[in-house]
Write a protein that binds this ligand. Structure first.
Ligand code: BGC
Length: 416
């Protein structure tokens, strides 16, 4: 029965939360291990989920979430090209998956989330086509080892952000800047790896348990601050062409469209350009200036809930694939602001579904406050707060966790 004014989601809709290994696990040896973020922080312990994953799984269950999007870290499992996977580390991930299953929580496994084994990086990373067979070999071994525990797979998380930050903006290791040809090569290599790995994953499915596979595409709307400024428009155009269009075409254009069974969408909002400067907190724009422009931002980018409807409509027209919202979240210490953002985005999502969008689930970014790459621990995306000064890394639910849990349990957005 629908309560008056509530917005009910389709039966079987998955409500989940998302994390990634480098951001939460700690005790990793990859290109981020010796990276120091703007706040002086590093990922060497992070949320210590390496030791505390059972606690994280319990939290998901306590919040009534039915799904968890988690990464499995390649650098932990494979010591060299073509090497067998490390048994102990594999068992740890299998235990995590079994704990999820015991609580009725569906895992979505991410195979690449902004990090590589050191031996891949030493050989030039994804700029070197040798990364393709190496990744495909890893995925083949992992899929076989995991057996039927996982049916939902993300081959790559945000190849767009990864290539942009590693080759153009220099924010992620190896911190290269403005290497446009390298950006294109990295994307093309990842897209080939996605196609090959995607076929292998699908072939591992059965009629009773078919495999679902897709990338997670970050979609950001790039726009000009001033509609008539050629500079603002040029910056927005270039960003859109490279980050959105080129990446979508590489992964999903032509016959590649047939590899994926779904499209993952990471949606945060909008970036508007003023004289080639991105007018968002993540780009360093001061709050006062954003207020002058009238831009509503979290601690990262401009909020733009209407955009979620637009991009879902575009994806439907262009690909007609089922969609998972693989990430959406707000970085802020202002909990009412975060709650309002969630409500606005879920309202748009609900309208899009009512209009025919085939959206299967929603994963909040993130389960935990965590290591936000170049920004360290200053961006608070978590449903749960983590005390990074305490070696036990205690987790405490924030008000948004309670609100999100109510939505997930009811499978509905309550009336205001
Ligand atoms: C990434 C996450 C990141 C989040 C918030 C996404 O781009 O997949 O790793 O923490 O956005 O910035």
């Amino acid at each position: 029965m629908n309560a008056p004014g509530e917005r009910r989601f389709p039966a079987g809709f998955l409500w989940g939360a998302a994390t990634s290994p480098t951001q939460i696990e700690g005790h990793l040896d990859n290109e981020w291990t010796h990276f120091t973020a703007h706040d002086g922080g590093n990922c060497r312990v992070a949320c210590d989920s390496y030791h505390r994953y059972a606690e994280d799984v319990d939290w998901l269950a306590r919040l009534g979430l039915g799904a968890y999007r988690l990464g499995i870290e390649w650098s932990r499992l494979q010591p060299g090209p073509g090497a067998p996977l490390d048994r102990g580390e594999l068992d740890r991930y299998l235990d995590q998956l079994d704990r999820l299953r015991a609580r009725g929580i569906t895992p979505m496994v991410v195979l690449h989330h902004f990090s590589n084994p050191n031996w891949i990086n030493a050989a030039g990373g994804w700029n070197n086509p040798a990364a393709i067979p190496a990744y495909v070999d890893y995925v083949t071994r992992l899929v076989a080892a995991i057996g039927g525990r996982v049916t939902l797979w993300n081959t790559f998380n945000e190849p767009d952000t990864y290539a942009c930050m590693t080759c153009l903006l220099g924010a992620y290791p190896p911190r290269h800047q403005w290497r446009f040809r390298q950006f294109r090569r990295v994307i093309r290599h990842m897209a080939r790896a996605h196609a090959q790995a995607g076929r292998i994953i699908r072939a591992a499915g059965t009629a009773a348990r078919p495999m679902q596979v897709g990338i997670a595409k970050n979609w950001t709307f790039f726009e000009a601050c001033r509609r008539f400024s050629p500079w603002d428009r040029a910056a927005a155009f270039i960003a859109h062409q490279g980050f959105n269009k080129f990446v979508l075409n590489a992964f999903l254009g032509g016959t590649r469209r047939r590899v994926a069974t779904f499209l993952g969408l990471n949606y945060y909002g909008r970036i508007r350009f003023h004289h080639f400067q991105a007018m968002v907190p993540a780009g360093g724009t001061p709050r006062t200036k954003l207020d002058d422009f009238g831009f509503v931002c979290d601690d990262m980018v401009e909020r733009y809930p209407a955009g979620l409807g637009k991009i879902l409509a575009y994806f439907r027209r262009r690909f007609n694939l089922p969609v998972y919202i693989t990430e959406h979240g707000t970085a802020s210490t202002d909990e009412p602001f975060r709650a309002a953002d969630l409500r606005e985005n879920l309202t748009v999502l609900h309208d899009a579904i009512a209009a025919g969008a085939n959206v299967k689930g929603f994963f909040y970014w993130s389960l935990l406050d965590n290591f936000e790459w170049q920004f360290g621990y200053t961006k608070k995306f978590g449903l749960l707060a983590v005390d990074f000064n305490d070696p036990a890394r205690p987790r405490t639910p924030k008000p948004l966790a309670e609100a999100y849990a109510r939505i997930a349990r009811a499978n509905a957005l309550p009336a205001v």
